[in-house]
Design a protein around this ligand. Structure first.
Ligand code: G1P
Ligand code: ZN
Length: 543
């Protein structure tokens, strides 16, 4: 066995963001770049000799190369076994499922989520701990610190390991086990939801369309929706994962999932439509000519949870990220269960779930999940919806409208300004921060500012403090304007503006969100001076 110790120099830019390290592919292709980061992970997590690791990714360009490098480095760093998804594939929720099911030490997931792929696209890598969830901030800070001082890494000199057949091989002293990426996950889904009831629904003429966006969930959706549940062939579209996602932007929203949107808003539209992202953890839910906002979807799953087999006992509590609408808070109140407000990013939900404090959680960014794994889970959300639809036998639209009648409607929208010069984006944030005291108690049309702050969070489980998590302008009627800088972009800065207004009056529930939020949007643009400071009249994407 030939273990090489390779001298290297630190790269200054290996700070993990909201969800691991994401960079352009050419950045990762620089000599030693990936190796440095992987060695920094191994040096931070202190896995015991012989530990087992899970490894897989969303199949994007560079996935295969990275898998081989990481395997050889794992062998040189004393791991005993690595479980690899066949072809190097594991969706993010499936990786979380496998880590938990086989009680492995942790896992490495290769993905840049919903960012485009290909030779000039994005690549990413993150470490998940033994609970199946993204490493905590303490660990990611440690990885960053190690990356800044790294002088060498260890790698085994060996031929590539075949990863396309289910088999066990040896790499030095380490076992490499190629596993079916779909089966463990499918079994878990079958244990949570009433498959016979969903199957009956799908065979009764209820039509669905699932857009896998040429990304990792294609094989998962085909196995579960078409093979196990009996949806007609073709119910899954764009179901073959491609290294560049067919040139698309694998982000399930009304802008990027346009193939699906056209079908769902066209004549003969199916009854239910859904899409998921590059690594399969996000979801978008549509009814016939009807869009369900992710914040509403979370609230609705919480309100109907006991209709699904795995959640019959009820919910311990719910959690949402700060910018996510407060629709779920109203459900939690009605159910008399706790509702936690966390910073953006799935890693903050892990502690709450491990401590048994929450069962469901979600984000406005098309992410919903539960304590069945420690990642958000796109297909899980789809199955949850199908289970509810199978029991309630109503349309998606009527279920959502009834929900609004009962709880009121939280109008919600997010404006993204992508690829801004960093100074301009920072300038907007700085300007707002400096004006907090002037804004407080000021009246803007029908809105009165109650308070402004920079959101910070003390983790109720481990007491850790996370500061600077987004600027909040809170109004006396519960409406909110939030500004945040993205932690996942790879080009310049992305500024996100989140808008929310509560409406109890049923006669106004039919309004379009942009119409209902018009005044709030104007106020937000006004006080932030965003247009003047960035030179942008329009956001890049509105969700
Ligand atoms: C974005 C979303 C956030 C999500 C993350 C990873 O992060 O806003 O909710 O957890 O992607 O999918 P951001 O770019 O805003 O930091
Ligand atoms: Zn994702």
């Amino acid at each position: 066995m030939n273990i090489r110790t390779v001298s290297t120099q630190p790269f200054p830019d290996q700070k993990p963001g909201t969800s691991g390290l994401r960079k352009k592919v050419p950045t990762f292709q620089q000599p030693h770049y990936l190796e440095n980061f992987v060695q920094s992970i191994f040096d931070s997590i202190a896995a015991p000799q012989g530990a087992t690791l899970v490894l897989g990714g969303d199949g994007r360009y560079y996935n295969r190369v990275a898998i081989q490098i990481i395997l050889k480095m794992a062998a040189a760093n004393g791991f005993g076994q690595v479980l690899v998804g066949r072809g190097g594939i594991l969706s993010t929720p499936a990786a979380s499922c496998v880590i938990r099911k086989y009680r492995t030490f942790g896992g490495i997931i290769l993905s840049a989520s919903h960012n485009p792929g290909g030779p000039d696209g994005d690549f990413g890598i993150k470490y998940n701990s033994g609970n199946g969830g993204p490493a905590t901030e303490t660990v990611t800070e440690e990885i960053y610190a190690k990356s800044k001082g790294i002088a060498s890494y260890r790698i085994l000199d060996a031929a590539d390991v075949p990863v396309d057949q289910l088999a066990e091989t040896k790499l030095g002293n380490m076992k490499v086990k190629i596993i079916d990426p779909v089966s463990d996950y499918s079994e878990l889904m079958e244990s949570l939801f009433d498959f016979p009831a969903i199957s009956t629904l799908l065979k009764s003429g209820f039509k669905i369309k699932f857009d896998a966006m040429h990304a990792v969930n294609g094989p998962y959706a085909k196995e579960i929706l078409e093979r196990r549940l009996g949806a007609p062939a073709g119910s899954v579209m764009n179901g073959v994962p491609l290294e560049d996602f067919g040139g698309g932007h694998p982000d399930p929203n009304l802008t990027y999932a346009h193939d699906l949107v056209e079908i769902m808003y066209g004549g003969e539209a199916p009854d239910f439509g859904a899409a998921s992202d590059g690594d399969g953890d996000r979801n978008m839910i549509l009814g016939k000519r009807f869009f369900v906002t992710p914040s509403d979807s979370l609230a609705l799953l919480a309100a109907n949870a006991t209709l699904a087999r795995g959640y019959k006992q009820g919910l311990a509590g719910v959690a949402r990220s700060m910018p996510t609408s407060a629709a779920v808070d109203r459900v939690a109140k009605a159910l008399d269960i706790p509702c936690y407000e966390t910073p953006t990013g799935w890693k903050f939900f892990g502690n709450l779930m491990d401590a048994g404090k929450v069962t469901l959680c979600g984000e406005e960014s098309f992410g919903t999940g539960s304590n069945h794994v420690r990642e958000k889970d796109g297909l899980w959300a789809v199955l949850f919806w199908l289970n509810i639809l199978a029991v309630r036998k109503q349309s998606v639209e009527s279920i959502v409208r009834e929900h609004w009648e009962k709880y009121g409607r939280n109008f919600y929208s997010r404006y993204d300004y992508e690829g801004l010069p960093t100074e301009a984006a920072n300038g907007v944030m700085q300007h707002l921060r400096e004006n907090f005291s002037l804004l407080t108690h000021k009246q803007f049309g029908s809105y009165a500012v109650e308070m402004c702050d920079d959101f910070s969070y003390i983790d109720p489980v481990d007491g850790s403090l996370s500061k600077g998590q987004g600027l909040r302008i809170l109004f006396s009627d519960g409406s909110r304007i939030i500004f945040r800088l993205s932690g996942t972009g790879t080009e310049g800065a992305t500024l996100r503006m989140y808008l929310e207004a509560f409406e109890a009056d049923v006669s106004r529930h039919h309004l379009d969100a942009q119409e209902a939020l018009k005044e709030l949007i104007r106020i937000a643009l006004d006080i932030s001076e965003l247009q003047a400071r960035t030179g942008r009249d329009q956001p890049t994407v509105i969700t």
